[in-house]
Every structure is written in C-alpha cells, then in structure tokens.
Design a protein around this ligand. Sequence first.
Ligand code: APR
Length: 242
Amino acid sequence: MKISDETIDRVKSARSIVFFTGAGISAESGIPVFRGKDGLWSKLKPEELANFDALLKNPKMVWEWYEHRKYIMKESKPNSAHLAISEFQNYFPEVTVATQNIDNLHRRAGSKTVYELHGNIERNYCINCHTFYNNDVPFVDGIPKCKCGGLIRPDVVWFGEFLPQDQFNASEKASEDCDVFFIIGTSAVVYPAASLIYTAKAGKAYLIEINIESTEASHIVDESYFGKAGEVLPAILEKIKN
Ligand code: APR
C-alpha cells in the first residue's frame, strides 16, 4: 500500500490525532459489520433487536442476540489495526479513539483514551434501578432480572437513544482540536456520531479515510485509502517510525 508524502508529513507533524472508528476496523477480528452485502442488517431487523421496545416486547430474543454477540466479541482479538492505533501512543502526545464499536477491542489493544459513543457490550444495567452488572447477569426463566425485579439491558446505545453525553462531548472537543482525524471502517451514516467528521473538518484537522469502499464521508476527506484497516494503518505507522 503506497502511503503519500502528504500523509506522512501531516501525521509526523501532528501533535493531536483522533481515530474515529466503526465496525469495519473490527471486521478483520471476525466481528460482522452492519451494512453492505454481508452486513448484519441485511439479515436481521435492527428494529426487532437493537431498540428498547424490542427488549420490552421480546426480552428473550433480544438477549439471545446479545449473548451471541457477547460471545463473538469475547472470542475475538484486537487486530493489527487496533494494535497500530495503540502503538501511535508511543509517538504522539495526544492520541484519542472515538469509536462507534461496543466490542472493547481498542482498550484490549492498549489504547488509553477511548470514548465509546455507542456503549460497551461488556456492561449491562437494570432499567429500573440502574444497578450495573458486568457479564454475570442473573436470569429468571431465561430473562435477565435485577434483584429489584427490573429488566437488565446491555449498556449499548440503541436506535433513537441518546449517546452518553460525556463520551460525545469529549469526542467533539478532541475532533475540534486535533491536527489529523482518521475515519476508519465506518459508513458514516449514523448520527450524531458521524457529525464528528464535520466537526473535525470545521477545525484544523487533516482528514484521512481508510475503508474498503467509498462512503458518505469520502467527498469531504483530504485523502482516502481504499484498503483494509489492518493493512493500511500498520503501513502508515511504519512510515512514521522510520
Ligand atoms: N477495513 C476497513 N473498512 C472496512 C473493512 C476493513 N477490513 N471491512 C468493512 N469495512 C467498512 C465497510 O466498507 C463500511 O463502510 O466498514 C464500514 C462498516 O459500516 P457499518 O457496517 O455501517 O458500520 P458502522 O459505520 O460502524 O455503523 C455505525 O450503526 O448499526 C449501528 O450502532 C451501530 O455503531 C453502529 C453504527
């Protein structure tokens, strides 16, 4: 993969770098993406699985789906893209990850500043008393029940729900201030997460997209690399290190 001189100069002279990531960065870890030909939403209906009404209507089905996803994510490992982002921390004073992913792979790869815009599948909470549970959730007749009797849900942001304000605000601030903003493995169609791209654009950031195809963001980025995140990011890091 040829890395341009412009990318190398911009990244090398950066002080603050933001990596805005989506499901595509975890595809090479074996975690399915949502959109596109093999995407989850081409086989399943998000409105039946990834929203609060679905949990109330059919808690067993929603939980079976999340148990399945928890298992896949627990068995998966950070790939070379996650690891490269973590290694960037050795060369730059400010490296921030703003991820739409709930798989915890950036943290497991060693990234320290990670804002989880859509939550984390390894956390759960009671919709009644908000008690937090990690993955040993108590079940009563196949339904996750809190000691207060309330239903337990995964701590992930469902369609139509607000993002965790602290995570989004911190991501916005980092996007406003950064010198380089990477957009990696996201179709850039889900808001308000995707608005970070425009926040970075309105600031002083140089925008670099890494994706296997063009996206909604491709028309405004400064450079696009069409390739797998697990190949392009390590190639950029190698150029920076030399
Ligand atoms: N390397 C880089 N990009 C890749 C790779 C790869 N190996 N494999 C797939 N991609 C790209 C696809 O081309 C696509 O543009 O990753 C993107 C995945 O897009 P989506 O499936 O839409 O995932 P994402 O953008 O993260 O979705 C945003 O939507 O369903 C909700 O809450 C869910 O956080 C998710 C949000």
